[in-house]
Design a protein around this ligand. Structure first.
Ligand code: D41
Length: 673
């Protein structure tokens, strides 16, 4: 190809990639699969590698650059970034709206409402359509240069769309981490022995302030734009609505939840509706922002000490509250870990009553210096257990008593040992009733052996009465054993025994997870099952072989090998197998015929359970996902498939039936489906 032809192809590829990023990140409506995108991307990388003279700074291949020398250097914003006032109650909102109406002299004010994201405010400066500088808000006048890190955010265009970009545009927005990205990031942090982030906001801030842009690039940050600062591009939009439409037109991501509403009632309706849907949004929000729509009206209202009088944030009930510590309990977990738990005077946190908060471990307890009688602030983030943020030292009563961490287990009296880390552990092992109870509870839980009817209360009684000591004892229980327990009739006793018996037929990853090996959660259990195929091989593996498993590091490998080297654990496993606990053997091809493929299961399969199908697919190397996206390669549909098939059709993902699945298992290769 001539130089011109190659240059033309490179330009075409850049335009295509920009277009498809825009469809994916801004419109949330991709036209091509991720694989297709990756192919185009690889082609451009190859061209730019061959012909460095054709490389360009705004190419989608150039998101991750070298460590910048200007990192975090001060940046003076072209126009100050204002701050937002808050209202917390309907009354305060009504007062805000009344002041607006009085100043404007008319009654039906139009507001643009949108979610208030809990992220990090940034300013993105585009000159002649090219992203030249990204800065944090800082004090509103001067922020920090985070250009290199913001460039790695795929949702943030490096070049604006359209033929006549403004000469200068400072777009203001919020950088955030979607919930899913937050969970993934924390899983990785923990797997690598690091500390998880407390909330998506901290994670986003930490990610944006990474010295190494290559690390930021691994964090799935996103951005939504909501305003502008400096603007040199002709007529500025006359309303907030038009402004957001213009930003979207230029290819910047704008929140699709934005709505124009009328008056106080319209605002409140939006607030209540969004509040109900809050948990379903793919990102965390802490309220709603309302902005007077007309720019002329915004000017009339003006600002007061850097806070516009034409906008306000309406916060959701605080996720943090202050209360008093009544006592400190120590709970014993499945592995004997002792967790200090603060017993609190009940308090509403984010609309839910909270009376306990975790202090994680003795070190955290002494670091935070929580004493009985102290006033503390408590936080609930998502569905996680409430935790103590800190002590209000100035309110400490003189008789507040420090808690002395026990050196003997409060349940069984065995000595407490400190392992290398910060964890204090009861050395009693399964002599300790708390550890027995927790081990059995975990074993029976839904995602483990899924024994219906064997709930917490029942397990507790069985352990206290000495009817079961290990999980293997469960399979020896008769209805008679259960019937002399509280609230157990003949029928329910028979049902539980039946459910225990039925659980004997399981799948290997579930069994492995159910064993409750320290550090081995569901995902690790599945990875181990996939890698080793069966229990004998896994039990025979040394730490060196264990770290070959994806996501298994030295800490996890050590925990697994220690678990299997303990005689007691080997005996319990042998007893379980003798009791008939079994699973279908997984065939383990070196690199599965479905390696790298993502498959989604839906509907009822005739000849196998969902778990068996999942295990079988994983045995072929496939990743089994729960929802259909552009990343899905196949959907396997059984009887009465749900909306997933429709979604598959929308995305152009091939849908195959149970026969095809069987054919794969038989022939070990996907058909043309
Ligand atoms: O979602 C947000 N966090 C958000 C923040 C938003 N949706 N709109 C905002 N609008 C403004 C004005 C009205 C001043 C343009 C904001 C912020 N400001 C803001 N974020 C941090 C400081 C100010």
């Amino acid at each position: 190809m001539t130089r011109d032809a190659v240059a033309a192809r490179a330009a075409e590829l850049r335009a295509l990639l920009d277009h498809h990023s825009y469809r994916y990140y801004v419109l949330d409506d991709p036209e091509i699969s991720d694989a297709e995108y990756d192919r185009l991307f690889a082609e451009l990388v190859a061209i730019e590698h061959e012909r460095p003279d054709l490389a360009r700074a705004d190419s989608p291949t150039q998101r991750v650059g070298a460590r910048p020398s200007a990192a975090f250097a001060p940046v003076v914003h072209g126009q100050a970034m204002l701050s937002l006032g808050n209202v917390f109650t309907d009354q305060e909102l009504a007062d805000f709206d009344r002041r607006v109406r009085e100043r404007l002299g008319h009654d039906d004010v139009h507001y643009v409402a949108e979610p208030k994201l809990d992220g990090l405010a940034v300013s993105l400066r585009y000159e002649n359509g090219v992203l030249v500088r990204a800065a944090t808000r800082g004090d509103g006048t001067t922020g920090e240069d985070v250009t290199a890190n913001v460039r790695t955010i795929r949702a943030c265009p490096l070049r604006l769309r359209g033929h006549a970009p403004p000469r200068v545009l400072e777009a203001r927005g919020e950088v955030y981490l979607p919930r899913e990205g937050f969970l993934r990031l924390n899983e990785n942090q923990i797997a690598q022995g690091g500390k998880p982030f407390a909330n998506p906001r901290n994670a986003a801030a930490g990610s944006l302030r990474q010295l190494d842009p290559a690390v930021s690039a691994q964090r799935p940050l996103r951005v939504f734009c909501y305003g502008i600062g400096e603007w040199l591009g002709g007529q500025a939009p006359a309303s907030q609505e038009a402004l957001l439409a213009m930003l979207a037109e230029l290819g910047l991501p704008v929140n699709p939840e934005r709505r124009t509403v009328v008056g106080y009632e319209g605002c409140l309706q939006y607030y209540e509706d969004l509040g109900r849907r809050r948990a379903d949004l793919p990102y965390e929000i802490d309220g709603v922002v309302y902005k007077v729509n007309e720019v002329v009206e915004q000017r009339l209202l003006g600002e007061l000490s850097r806070t516009p009088r034409w906008a306000v944030a309406h916060k959701f009930p605080a996720e943090e509250a202050v209360t008093r510590v009544l006592g400190i309990d120590v709970q014993v977990g499945r592995t004997g870990a002792l967790t200090p738990v603060a017993v609190l005077a009940s308090v509403a946190v984010g609309g839910v009553m909270v009376s306990h908060a975790t202090l994680h471990n003795p070190e955290e307890l002494s670091r935070k210096d929580v004493r009985i009688g102290d006033f503390v602030s408590v936080r609930r983030a998502g569905d996680v257990i409430p935790e103590i943020v800190g002590v209000l030292r100035e309110r400490r009563p003189p008789d507040a008593t420090p808690f002395i961490f026990p050196d003997h287990c409060p349940v069984c009296g065995s000595p407490v040992v400190r392992d290398e880390g910060v964890v204090a552990r009861c050395a009693g092992g399964l002599v300790c009733q708390a550890q027995r109870r927790e081990t059995i509870r975990h074993f029976a839980s839904r995602r483990a052996m899924d024994i219906e009817g064997l709930g917490d209360k029942l397990v507790e009684q069985l352990v206290l009465r000495g009817k079961v000591a290990t999980v293997a004892d469960l399979y020896r229980l008769t209805p008679g054993d259960l019937m002399d327990l509280e609230r157990m009739g003949e029928r329910s006793a028979a049902k539980v025994v039946g459910a225990i018996a039925a659980s004997r037929h399981t799948v290997f990853p579930r069994f492995l997870y159910a064993l409750g090996i320290p550090e081995v959660g569901e995902a690790t259990a599945a990875a181990l099952a996939r890698h080793f195929g069966d229990l004998e091989d896994l039990m025979a593996a040394d730490e060196e072989r264990l770290v070959e498993v994806p996501d298994v590091g030295p800490v996890v490998a050590h925990a697994i090998s220690t678990f299997f080297s303990e005689r007691h654990n080997r005996e319990v496993i042998a007893a379980l197998r003798a009791a008939g606990v079994s699973w279908p053997r997984l065939e383990r091809p070196a690199a599965g015929p479905l390696s790298g493929k993502t498959v989604v299961l839906t509907g009822t399969l005739e000849g196998m359970t969902r778990d068996e199908a999942r295990a079988a697919l994983e045995g072929l190397g496939a990743k089994v996902a729960s929802s259909v996206s552009a990343r899905t390669d196949y959907v396997v549909a059984g009887r009465d498939p749900g909306s997933k098939v429709r979604r598959a059709e929308e995305w152009g993902v091939p849908v195959v039936g149970e026969e095809d699945l069987r054919a794969w298992l038989g022939e070990g290769r996907p058909g043309q489906g």
